[in-house]
Design a protein around this ligand. Structure first.
Ligand SMILES: Nc1nc2c([nH]c(=O)n2[C@@H]2O[C@H](COP(=O)(O)OP(=O)(O)OP(=O)(O)O)[C@@H](O)[C@H]2O)c(=O)[nH]1
Length: 145
């Protein structure tokens, strides 16, 4: 029996919220794990980075937008055991950013009402988070409880 334990991977993700209260979701492109499934934009936190800084970098690289650091509000997190690693993923909310949204990596994106998030084919670690977003950010509510 091997003593090898799956490593914990820190990934930062963000629920970008538009003025109507819809959430931006991104579809994982071909060639990545979970290709075709939907997720919150974001990515791995690199050595020496804070999650907030990683999110700024990832959102610019992926979507051409730059949220200021104080525009990202910690909301919840996922701690999820994938077969080959353990995901630890803080989820932030963000309602304000600089730049025009433009997916730069060929990924599909979609603005989704909070109560419709669960209708998407989500990556496994996001299923409970999506329910929490729907519960805490109902349609028409601009701020979570
Ligand atoms: N960005 C993001 N990744 C997520 C979410 N949920 C989730 O399980 N993950 C997983 O977190 C892992 C790392 O995410 P990622 O692939 O976007 O990170 P990255 O852009 O830095 O990857 P890369 O540079 O290797 O392509 C993937 O296995 C991905 O499936 C989510 O909501 N957003």
């Amino acid at each position: 029996m091997s003593d090898a334990k799956p490593k914990t991977l820190l990934v930062a993700a963000c629920a970008l919220i538009d003025t109507d209260g819809r959430i931006l979701m991104a579809q994982r492109p071909d060639g990545k794990d979970h290709a075709g499934k939907w997720e919150f934009p974001g990515g791995k936190v690199e050595a020496g980075e804070t999650p907030e800084r990683a999110l700024q970098r990832e959102l610019y690289e992926e979507l051409n937008i730059e949220p200021c650091e104080t525009c990202m509000q910690p909301f919840s997190f996922s701690s999820f055991a994938y077969p080959d690693f353990h995901l630890l993923m803080p989820l932030y909310l963000c309602r304000q950013w600089d730049g025009f949204l433009r997916p730069k990596e060929g990924q599909a994106t979609r603005w989704v009402w909070p109560d419709k998030l669960r209708d998407l084919d989500l990556v496994p670690a996001d299923v409970d988070l999506a329910s929490e977003v729907a519960d805490r950010i109902p349609r028409g509510r601009r701020f979570p409880s």
